[in-house]
Design a protein around this ligand. Structure first.
Ligand code: SF4
Length: 638
């Protein structure tokens, strides 16, 4: 049955809302396929506003992979701003896709990519607007399968009641496998209804179906057991890992936004995974092992992507891009190729060493030297040992001195506050480091206009990291430490004015902590917050700590906000995500947590012997790094 576009009903409402262009669709490289010609139809959602969600690489890659397939259709949907939400409710317009403005409720799958847990209330808005029951148990065969992916899906328990399914890890191969399972089931005449389809997905071993697992609790509130509640469902569900990135050179046709977005460039992921072992970093842990994309594929992707999109900036993405074994040749090859054109290159600079400056010099050949960002993460040497960020203050000073000598005037430093074992003096040490940076810059250049911006984020312990057992620092302590740091810098007559300080208060981190390490009981809190008007919790103008606190107090019995956040867990406690397998050995994670407390560091296993985190043997693979010895060929720029 054909599905009509909602645009004729939506269009008259758009003049009355903010940024109406974000709902219009039709971007360069977007795709509208024939509804009736498709057997399987995906609505892909990034649960935030268009300006944040549109550039998301994960959604763009899956959108393209699915649409390339015969008989498969994928469209995108984003969170609508509260002004349009109100009008849609008033006029009875359901959640729509931006591509063909089709109702999300008519698709086979609603796949939602969660980079952060603060998008959970936005998911509920979309489900409700789409006419999909919030509780998965209330859905029928007529409703889409609601499936979560992205990093937050490594612990989907707080939203388990709202989900039909979750997928861990890389999406490229598994979306196609799921598509085939749905196609077969539909071809067979939908035997056994929705339940049978979910059972087939669960039995495949690659999709987590929360309703097929029962959670029991101990009298003190901890989890007693998570167990499958029917035969054929695996005890543990493993993550997906694409081993050969060269076989998946997406996006080939990047979507070019119509409205202003947070990134407007063509991004190429140059490798996945990270083995540096920063203990706070969930992305680094859950994306192991390291898999590099080859220099030649990167070169081809940049060429194709720029031609297809018209973007004038290329970003080389990964968790630590300077670590690619051929990054020097990639940087030089691309800088040579695009020299004299209007194409600029960028590399998120996070590694604190002089090599980064060489790269930055390549990337800014002939261009403006704006700012360089480094992430020491911890203010004191002791703190950096705890988090395994192996950077000494002398390394940092050497690096920034080279940067200032090479013409940079502005350096940004990123830190976290509230890290495990942190004391007041660890945070005050950030001021000492920033002062040394300014002093080094002034000495290296003989100038007074040297600047250093310090940005500080609140630390949130994340599942599948060594800090998953840690007590989160309470927000009052975080706020007090940050205030003390600010006062120290303000009182400093010599250097204070050259140092900018940016930070947020600690309350949102506590809620992110609740949603990150929560279990199924937290779903009631999310729903209560949403019913009370909670939307766009990642936006400071919408976030309300008081609302979350009140709803948590009402919805949680026997346990509370503090129980989920500032409580340290012991080794034997069953964690809500223990049945979800990120490939990491639990015993190794615990040992690494003990090493953190002892301030003992571990090396990067890319260049030193394996320390048995468990990932490679679990996947029957090994770290894949170059060098390939190949070079980028200069292309004739047209
Ligand atoms: S198994 Fe060994 S080599 Fe593989 S990622 Fe873990 S520590 Fe590194």
């Amino acid at each position: 049955m054909s599905v009509e576009s909602l645009f004729p009903r939506l269009e008259p409402l758009l003049p009355a809302v903010q940024k109406p262009i974000q709902y219009v669709g039709g971007e360069l490289n977007s795709s509208v396929k024939d509804w009736d010609g498709a057997q399987v139809r995906w609505a892909l959602m990034y649960p935030d506003a268009y300006e944040v969600g549109q550039p998301n690489q994960g959604v763009q890659i899956l959108y393209e992979i699915l649409n390339e397939r015969e008989g498969v259709l994928a469209e995108r949907t984003y969170s609508v701003w509260p002004d349009l939400e109100a009008l849609m409710r008033e006029h009875g317009i359901p959640q729509f896709t931006v591509d063909a403005h089709r109702p999300v409720g008519a698709f086979d799958v609603l796949g939602i990519s969660f980079s952060t847990e603060l998008g959970y209330t936005n998911m509920l808005t979309a489900l409700d607007l789409a006419g999909i029951p919030l509780q998965a148990a209330d859905r029928t065969e007529d409703h889409p399968i609601v499936l979560a992916g992205g990093h937050a899906a490594f612990n989907p328990e707080p939203i388990a009641d709202f989900l039909d399914a979750a997928v861990l890890g890389d999406g490229e191969e598994i979306v196609l496998a799921i598509t085939e399972l749905i196609r077969e089931w539909k071809d067979e005449g939908r035997p056994g209804g929705r339940d049978e389809l979910l059972m087939r997905l669960a039995r495949s071993g690659g999709v987590y179906i929360p309703r097929f697992y029962d959670v029991t609790y101990l009298p003190d509130g901890r989890i007693q057991r998570v167990a499958p509640n029917r035969p054929g469902v695996p005890w543990r569900v493993a993550k997906h890992t694409v081993m050969d990135l060269d076989q998946w050179p997406y996006p080939k046709k990047p979507l070019v936004p119509l409205a202003e977005t947070v990134h407007e460039r063509f991004s190429v992921e140059i490798f996945r995974g990270c083995t540096r072992g920063c203990r706070f970093c969930q992305a680094g842990m859950i994306t192991r092992p390291v898999r590099e994309r080859s220099i030649t594929t990167i070169g081809d992707m940049v060429d194709t992507g720029l031609k297809e999109s018209g973007f004038q900036e290329v970003g080389l993405l990964s968790l630590s891009s300077a670590d690619h074994s051929e990054i020097g040749d990639i940087a030089k090859g691309l800088a040579d190729r695009y020299e004299g054109t209007n194409t600029s290159l960028s590399l998120p600079s996070t590694r604190v060493d002089a090599f980064n400056i060489t790269l930055a010099n390549e990337f800014s050949r002939g261009g403006r030297r704006s700012g360089l960002t480094f992430a020491p993460e911890g203010g004191s040497e002791r703190m950096r040992k705890v988090i395994n960020k192996m950077v000494s203050e002398d390394d940092l000073i050497r690096t920034v001195t080279t940067a200032y000598e090479n013409g940079w005037r502005q350096v940004k430093l990123y830190f976290m506050c509230g890290l495990p074992t942190e004391e007041d003096e660890d945070v005050l040490a950030i001021a000492d480091m920033a002062r040394r940076v300014i002093r080094a810059g002034r000495e290296a250049t003989g100038r007074r206009d040297i600047r250093c911006t310090v940005s500080i984020g609140g630390f949130v312990p994340k599942p599948h990291t060594p800090f998953q057992w840690a007590a989160q620092c309470d927000h009052e302590t975080v706020d007090r430490r940050l205030r003390a740091l600010k006062d120290t810098l303000r009182r400093d007559k010599e250097y204070g004015r050259a140092i900018g300080l940016r930070y947020h208060d600690g309350e949102p981190s506590i809620i992110e902590g609740l949603l990150s390490r929560g279990d199924r009981r937290v779903g009631k809190v999310i729903q209560a917050v949403w019913e009370d008007g909670g939307r766009f919790d990642g936006w400071s103008e919408f976030f309300s700590f008081a609302r979350w606190q009140t709803c948590a107090d009402k919805a949680l019995e026997g346990v509370g906000l503090a129980w989920y956040t500032v409580r340290e867990r012991d080794e034997v406690e069953v964690l809500p995500w223990d049945h979800l397998d990120a490939g990491l050995d639990r015993e190794w994670l615990w040992q690494d947590w003990q090493d953190a407390i002892d301030e003992t560091e571990v090396e990067d296993c890319r260049w030193t012997p394996c320390y048995d985190c468990g990932v490679c043997p679990t996947m029957d693979t090994e770290i894949q790094i170059g060098p390939t010895g190949k070079k980028l060929l200069p292309l004739t720029v047209v």
